[in-house]
Design a protein around this ligand. Structure first.
Ligand SMILES: N[C@@H](CCC(=O)N[C@@H](CS)C(=O)NCC(=O)O)C(=O)O
Length: 240
């Protein structure tokens, strides 16, 4: 297969979705890796990626520059998933895959990142005058997150295999894994909810898959902001 793909991979970001999908597709790709600086993407990395919003993942495929992990996933599957293994062509599976492709950002991360940002941006003065205010806000916002997780738990109960749509990894898993990992790792709205044993088992199945492990190994991905950058930090390109 001919492909000239470069994945701009910001550490601890949704870029792991794209790396995992590319490993599933078996398409060769170059990795341009960057650590975060003060938690952010460095300006020179943004410039190089060609993404005007400065967010990651971002890819180039020949002359095409593409961003938004969901749009990238659809593009890559439409072009390289010729057997429709990762993004089913037939209904109702097509629509089921699309539900998760969009819910990963527009439901799960919308609700959970609200908590992440509230924690990070809560005014210190307010903390002093009303020490319970943040906890009250988070409790209110947690209702949405827990409802989302209950839904995923119920849908996983209907799956015929360890992954969202059955026995095989699909675009649904490659999009949802990052969202759920963030929610669980940073305990974004989960306190007082659950248990979600099927979600835990599904997350383990994702992390145990050879393609996910390869994506992590090749990119040096760390799901946690507190883990140091990999040794090959900086401008790091490898043909895979
Ligand atoms: N909806 C976008 C979100 C992209 C996004 O926000 N990426 C974050 C990392 S997960 C980012 O690049 N942050 C860089 C920064 O804040 O400087 C997508 O799905 O690709």
């Amino acid at each position: 297969m001919t492909a000239n793909i470069t994945l701009y991979f910001l550490q601890t970001s949704r870029a792991i979705r794209t790396a995992w999908l590319l490993e599933e597709l078996g398409v060769p790709y170059n990795i341009e890796f960057s650590s975060r600086v003060n938690m952010k993407a460095p300006p020179e990395f943004i410039e190089r990626s060609g993404n005007p919003l400065g967010r990651f993942p971002s890819i180039k495929d020949g002359d095409l520059c593409l961003y938004e992990s969901g749009a990238i996933a659809e593009y890559l599957c439409e072009k390289y998933d010729t057997t429709h293994r990762l993004y089913p062509a037939q209904q109702p599976l097509r629509s089921r895959a699309q539900i998760w492709l969009h819910a990963a950002e527009a439901t799960f991360l919308l609700h959970s990142m609200a908590i992440f940002y509230a924690r990070g941006n809560f005014p210190p003065a307010l903390k002093e005058t009303n020490p319970d205010a943040l906890a009250q806000m988070v409790k209110g916002m947690s209702v949405n997150v827990q409802r989302d997780l209950d839904w995923l738990e119920a849908e996983l109960a209907k799956s015929s295999g360890p992954f969202i749509l059955g026995a095989q990894v699909t675009i649904a898993d490659t999009m949802m894994e990052f969202s759920i990992d963030m929610i669980m790792l940073y305990r974004l709205g989960i306190d007082g909810g659950g248990p979600w044993p099927r979600i835990e088992a599904w997350l383990q199945a994702c992390h145990a898959s050879d393609t996910y492990k390869r994506a992590v190994e090749k990119t040096g991905y760390s799901p946690s902001f507190s883990t140091p950058a990999p040794p090959s930090d900086g401008k790091h390109a490898s043909m895979l």
